[in-house]
Each structure stands twice: as C-alpha cells, then as structure tokens.
Write a protein that binds this ligand. Structure first.
Ligand code: NAD
Length: 508
C-alpha cells in the first residue's frame, strides 16, 4: 500500500505543501488503494479570472523575448524534468495508477517535447512568396498568440500539458492550465518544476504559467474568456461537445483531443507473434485508459481461432496489481465509476450475444476501495452500438472478417477517428490501409499497434475525436498567429489583379 510517508516525501520534494489545505474540498486519491493522498482548495471563478489576468500581463512581456531565448526556459525545464524524472514518474503512478514504467515514460515524453521545442525555438519559420507586383516582396511572419488555456484529462496527467506548454512557451504564449480534478498533485509538481526553471532562467515574467484546480466550471471559464485566444482541451467527446461551442461562440480557436475507438486489422500474412504482443499492450496496457487504447480487433477468418486462443491466454496471464511492482503490467482503473462503466459494458455485451472472457474484479479483499480488473476480451458477432462507443476500460472487442475492404469499412464505421493499425506483410494491403480509401484516422500505422505515439509526429484524430493536432510536425502553428506582409520597394503603386484606380489629376 502507498505509505503516507512516500507521498509526503514527494510533496516535499516538489515543494507543493503550501497548496495543500486540510479543509480543502478537492481530494487527491490514489487508485492503488483508493485512499486519500491530500486535500487541496478548489479554485474559484475569481481565481480563474485572476490567473487569466496574470497570464495576459505576462504575455505582453513574453511575446517580445526572442524565441531562442524563450527556448532557453524550456531547456532548463527539461533539465529539471531529467533531474526529477524518478520522483515525478512515481507521483504519476501513485495518483493515476499507471505502471511505474509508464509513469517514467510519461516524464520521458515531457523531456522529448522540451527537446523538440528548444530546436523549434530557432525555427518558427515563415515563407517568402512570389508576388505578382514588380518591386515588391511578400512574406509571412508568425507572432505569439496570447494566453493558451489547457484543459487536460486524468490519463496523461503531465505529458499532455507538456506537449502544449513547451510549444506554447517557445511560441511566446502564456498559460493557464486546468488539469483533471483527479490528478491535482501531478499538476502542481509539474508547475513547481517549471517555476524552478523560470527562477534559474531569470527574467521570465511572473504569471507566465498558472494552474487552477477544480472541475468543469473552470474549463468553461477558459472557454468563455475572449482573452484566451486558444483553448487546447483533452478529454472525452462529451467534454468537447460542451466546450467547443462556447469557444466558437466568441470565435476563439480550439485544439480538441477527444475520445477514440481505435482498431487494428490482423491480416492472413501478418507476423502473428508481433501482432499478439502489439494487441496485448495496446488493449490491456495502461488498464485500457489511453485515448489510443486498442478497442476493436478485426482478425481474418483464416487465422482467427488460433490467434484469439493465444490472445485470450495472454489476457488471462497478464499480471494485474500494484503498478509500482516491477512484474505488474496492468494497474488499477482510476475509480469506481470507471469500473462500473466497464462492468455495465460487459453485461451489455453478454446480453447482445458477445462471448466475454476476463473482466472480473481483482484484489478487492486487499484493497476494497480500489478497482482492479482483469482485461476483458469480447468475441462479438457484430459491431453493435456498444462496440462503436468508447468505454474507457480494458475491453477488447474482437470481430472476424473475410475481405479486407469489409474490414476497412467496419473499421471506419465509428464516430471516432483517432488511431488505427494493420498487421500485414502484404504490400498491397498495407498501402491500401494507408491510402485515401483506407483508415480514416489521424494516426494510421503498419505493423505496430495503435497506442503509444512519439512526440515528433502530429497527434490527434478526426471526426468526434475533434480534429485537433498537437505535439510535433508543424503543430506549433496553432499556437501562433500568421501575418502576411507585402513590402513595396519600388516607386510605383501597382494594385493586385491589375486593378487601375488612378488618383484624380493633380493629386498623384
Ligand atoms: P473528461 O472529459 O471527464 O475530463 C477531461 C477534462 O475536461 C477534465 O479536466 C475535466 O474537468 C474537464 N471536463 C469534463 N467535463 C467537462 C464539461 N462538461 N465542461 C468542461 N470541462 C469538462 O475525461 P477523462 O475521464 O479525464 O479522460 C478520459 C477521456 O479523455 C477519454 O475519452 C479519452 O479518450 C480522452 N483523451 C483523449 C486524448 C486525445 O489526445 N485525443 C488524450 C487523453 C484522453
């Protein structure tokens, strides 16, 4: 069981004790045992307004700091992350329940995006464009945007913020972060490390990065405030439906990173050993609580029986337990509501003809307030409404297919469009899946599973996943505003499109 000492040591290490409050109404819990870790004060609407005020004031300074100098802040932040990787990884594991390897991996992802952002701080390039007017030059410049609001989910309590924060800060923006109410300690620890980097940097404006703790009302405050030109919101499609219209109503920009319902096709020519390992990690890993978790598996009928028998055995033998133990591969679900949603989905699957294996509760005697479950595999004859919706738990629905076209059509016949993969050694099949007639997702992989993206690429998905992209590639452009500049170095004033508009005699 997580000892109190353990957590208070981490709280001391990150110097966040001052944010704790014995009477606070926000309770930080550990899903490892379900018990309370700490209490914190909820931020009020006024706190949110104050945070936006501070960030706006900081932005007015920060936007004029040269971008490579802004990159220096992120370089120092990455140093703090490297120095505290073990402690922050452990805190993530204690507060979120993912296995320690994944907690550490989440911190590594933060370090990686910082490194990317430092390089980016010497780029942020615009184009020079051909102009039709003689003696003119046309170019585009990219300017800092303003205050970026970040709303994040419990399942990546640190990395999603870092993807946004590292890029936004080198782009010259200021931040207000509303983390998940289920992971407030991790958020405060991240902010503390950034504050330390800022102190070493010297000259970062106060209020450049702010954290407000609480529920949806604070996300709404960010969505509604016209001083927040961009809100990057990660969470369920339900949350996206609530915040997106509010941001749109004031013509703000949104990066929406919402729910997924990710599929994988295993074709007859696939390397089945690879496909098995990939399916196991993608479906059961992180207790099924990744947006890119594998939820739907389409297996060709010629290999179905043998492959599914092996996969069931792998599910049955996977070690589920304390996420800090080295042999554990699957930790607890975040809370009782997640477990109840899993059980409801399995009951529905059984009632509509699915064959369910696994899914039972584990370790209830040892930790009655924690919710561990064996990953479940459901063989289902049809892609029902249940299969088409995201249940954020380790449930893998398995379907048999005959022709690849059918499998791709079924794969795309869901409302979400985040991540996808095919296992095949047939070049034609792989290329079809990658083509415009293939997967309709934002992430499309061959011979690796759908989960576990790298920061170098653009991350995000289509349809109800929200259409947002963040992290690598050219995602930085969403955090800046583009200006098109035309400069006349001639002595004439030619108008575009050959328009003639001569001034009256004597004035020209
Ligand atoms: P959630 O939607 O319950 O909460 C996410 C955040 O939104 C939290 O900060 C929460 O306080 C806030 N929120 C919730 N409802 C809101 C509302 N009505 N109005 C305003 N704010 C609201 O999600 P969760 O349970 O924390 O995370 C799991 C979900 O997030 C899954 O659907 C998962 O697929 C998705 N997710 C998506 C990505 C992605 O990149 N696409 C990444 C991680 C998680």
């Amino acid at each position: 069981m997580t000892s109190a000492v353990n957590v208070s040591e981490l709280i001391n290490q990150f110097e966040i004790a001052a944010r704790l409050s014995a009477q606070g109404r926000l309770v930080a819990r550990s899903p490892i045992h379900g018990g309370e870790l700490a209490r914190l004060a909820l931020s009020s609407g006024d706190d949110a307004t104050r945070a936006i005020d501070q960030a706006q004031a900081a932005f007015l300074d920060w936007r004029s700091v040269p971008a490579p100098r802004r990159g220096e802040l992120i370089r120092l932040f990455a140093e703090e992350l490297r120095a505290h990787k073990a402690a922050l990884g452990l805190l993530i594991t204690i507060e979120n329940g993912k296995i320690l390897q994944e907690g550490l991996g989440e911190v590594q992802e933060m370090i990686d995006i910082c490194d990317f952002a430092v390089g980016l701080s010497r780029q942020l390039y615009g184009l020079t464009l051909a102009t039709e007017r003689p003696g003119h030059r046309m170019m585009e410049t990219w300017h800092p945007l303003g205050v970026v609001g970040i709303v994040s989910a419990f399942n990546f309590p640190a990395a999603v913020w870092a993807w946004n924060a590292a890029i936004a800060l080198v782009c010259g923006d200021a931040l207000v972060w509303k983390p998940s109410e289920k992971t407030p300690l991790t958020a405060l620890a991240c902010q503390a490390l950034l504050d330390r980097a800022a102190a070493r940097f010297g000259g970062a404006p106060p209020g450049l990065s702010n954290v407000i703790l609480g529920g949806p009302d604070l996300a709404e405050a960010l969505a509604d405030d016209p001083r927040v030109p961009l809100v990057s919101a990660t969470g369920s499609t339900r949350m996206g439906r609530a915040v997106a219209p509010r941001i749109a109503a004031r013509f703000g920009r949104a990066i929406l990173e919402l729910g997924g319902n990710n599929g994988m096709i295993v074709a007859p020519s696939a390397d089945l050993a690879l496909a098995l390992r990939a399916a196991l990690f993608a479906a059961a890993g992180t207790a099924g609580q990744r947006c890119t978790t594998l939820r739907r598996l389409f297996v060709h009928e010629s290999i179905y029986d043998g492959f599914i028998a092996r996969l069931k055995r792998a599910f049955a033998e996977t070690v589920v337990g304390d996420p800090r133990d080295a042999q554990t591969l699957v930790g607890p679900l975040i809370d009782e509501a997640a477990y109840a949603a899993m059980q409801a989905a399995l009951a529905e699957a059984g009632a509509e003809g699915g064959q369910v294996s696994g899914g039972e509760r584990l370790h209830a005697q040892l930790w009655p307030e924690a919710f561990y479950a064996r990953p479940a595999l459901v063989e289902t004859p049809r892609q029902t409404a249940l299969v088409r919706r995201e249940t954020f738990a380790p449930i893998l629905y398995v379907l048999r297919y005959g022709a690849l076209d059918e499998a791709i059509a079924a794969h795309n016949a869901v409302a979400q469009g985040l991540s996808s993969s095919i296992f095949t050694n047939d070049l034609r099949e792989a290329e079809l899946f990658l083509s415009s007639a293939g997967s309709d997702c934002g992430i499309v992989n061959v011979n690796i599973g759908p989960s576990g993206a790298e920061i170098g690429g653009a991350f995000g998905g289509e349809k109800e996943t929200g259409g947002g992209r963040e992290a690598g590639s050219d995602c930085w452009k969403a955090y800046m505003r583009r200006a098109t500049n035309t400069i006349n170095f001639s002595r004439d004033l030619p108008l575009a499109q050959g328009v003639r508009f001569d001034a009256p005699e004597g004035l020209g």
